[in-house]
Design a protein around this ligand. Structure first.
Ligand SMILES: Cc1cc2nc3c(=O)[nH]c(=O)nc-3n(C[C@H](O)[C@H](O)[C@H](O)COP(=O)(O)OP(=O)(O)OC[C@H]3O[C@@H](n4cnc5c(N)ncnc54)[C@H](O)[C@@H]3O)c2cc1C
Length: 369
């Protein structure tokens, strides 16, 4: 029932608009408003901030169904969940109001962690926040910040006390139109409907009331939730590519028969299906565990296995689909090259596959660094 609702939403609200958004690399704000109206932002957020108070399992269903149409736009929903989650789980009442505004469709949030020298190595964040009276003054550069150009609020990580390492880091809810915030587009080959930006912070004044009162470790543990949703996103994309490739294999004829009648093509599709089934089990098992409330330490392995497997499998599945598309697959007349390009972002973002392998190895008791 919930899945059907999400599927209908995706077909109605993403189907007609994603190609233009992708071609022009412009985020369509009406999509955000429609998602909020349909109750699809803040699915797992508590009711007192306007959320649906469901689980990450349901959130994953929504993301998967949206990504079956296009993987770029549901990324905007994942980001609202991650940035909003920091604000409603750890924030003050004023900060929780910002999460509520995102859930209502009034404000877009962006999450700003990555920097030019802090990609996977998040602890190397160099942006600084210096206390000045009741304010903090922020300086630095953030990179790859999805929707920074469209966002109303950046939920941004900065060093408040370099001496204390990661204990000296805080998240701030920064109004994007604050004096000293400058954004510029980073053109990418993937993720184009939800564009990504470089953000310069030049003496940006942020009141102490906008500093999230929780520690770095506590907040970063919540990023495991993002990995579950990212797994659901790429699962939906795999299914989309497989649906397309199956249809093409059955309808494209060469040598007087469908190309899918050749065992080599049929086996590729059978292998893809196995990847999809395995990905689904891993992603939803991780979501189930998250919702069961088990301690983070007891679900890291499951989450990293899901993120690792799904983000590698989506590359395999889309590459097979591209091969099945033959020469036409490489043209703009078919959608499969776009699918393959989009998939390439999966294993390198939100903790690359090496980072997931490292997390799993550590869970196995190996002194791996
Ligand atoms: C389209 C897009 C959207 C994004 N959106 C956001 C966003 O909204 N907010 C945000 O904060 N960030 C965002 N990111 C950043 C993203 O999550 C990654 O942090 C970032 O892409 C990492 O890229 P990098 O070039 O800095 O990688 P690097 O960390 O420089 O890694 C380069 C290579 O080295 C490998 N590597 C690094 N460390 C190790 C190690 N210890 N062991 C083995 N191998 C290692 C990596 O796996 C990778 O293959 C986005 C990125 C992209 C591409």
């Amino acid at each position: 029932m919930f899945r059907d609702t999400c599927r209908r939403f995706a077909e109605r609200e993403i189907g007609p608009i994603w190609e233009k958004a992708d071609r022009e690399s412009e985020f369509p704000r009406p999509f955000f408003t429609a998602a909020a109206k349909a109750g699809l932002i803040g699915i797992a957020a508590p009711a007192d901030v306007g959320g649906a108070d469901l689980g990450v399992y349901e959130e994953a269903i929504c993301i998967e169904e949206c990504a079956r149409v296009n993987p770029g736009l549901p990324n905007a929903l994942i980001i609202q969940g991650v940035a909003g989650g920091i604000l409603h789980d750890f924030g003050t009442p004023e900060q929780q109001d910002l999460a509520r505004a995102s859930i209502n469709g009034e404000k877009i949030l962006a999450i700003a962690v990555t920097e030019p020298d802090a990609g996977n190595d998040v602890q190397n964040v160099k942006s600084t926040a210096r206390r000045d009276g009741d304010d903090w003054v922020l300086d630095g550069i953030k990179s790859f910040i999805t929707l920074a150009g469209e966002a109303d609020v950046l939920v941004l990580l900065a060093q408040t006390d370099r001496e204390r390492g990661r204990e000296g880091m805080s998240f701030f809810a920064v109004d994007r139109n604050s004096p000293g915030v400058e954004v510029s587009r980073i053109p990418t080959y993937a993720n184009r409907p939800a564009p990504t930006y470089r953000v310069h912070l030049n003496g940006v004044r942020v009141p102490e009331a906008r500093r999230v009162p929780a520690g770095f470790r506590q907040i970063m543990a919540g990023f495991n939730r993002e990995r579950i949703l990212v797994s659901a996103r790429w699962l939906g994309h795999m299914q989309h590519a497989q649906d397309w490739a199956l249809d093409y294999a059955k309808t494209r004829h060469q040598f007087g028969r469908p190309i899918g009648a050749n065992q080599s093509i049929a086996f590729m599709l059978a292998q893809n299906q196995t990847d999809i089934e395995a990905a689904r089990l891993l992603a939803y098992e991780a979501a189930d565990r998250w919702d069961s409330g088990c301690p983070i330490g007891d679900l890291i392995q499951q989450v990293s296995c899901a993120k690792l497997f799904v983000t590698q499998a989506v590359v395999r599945v889309t590459q097979s689909a591209l091969h099945i598309g033959g020469g036409w697959g490489l043209t703009e007349e078919l959608p499969v090259m776009r699918m393959a390009l989009d998939a390439l972002v999966a294993p390198v973002t939100v903790g690359s596959f090496e980072i997931q392998l490292r997390a799993i190895a550590k869970q196995l008791g190996l002194p791996c660094d």
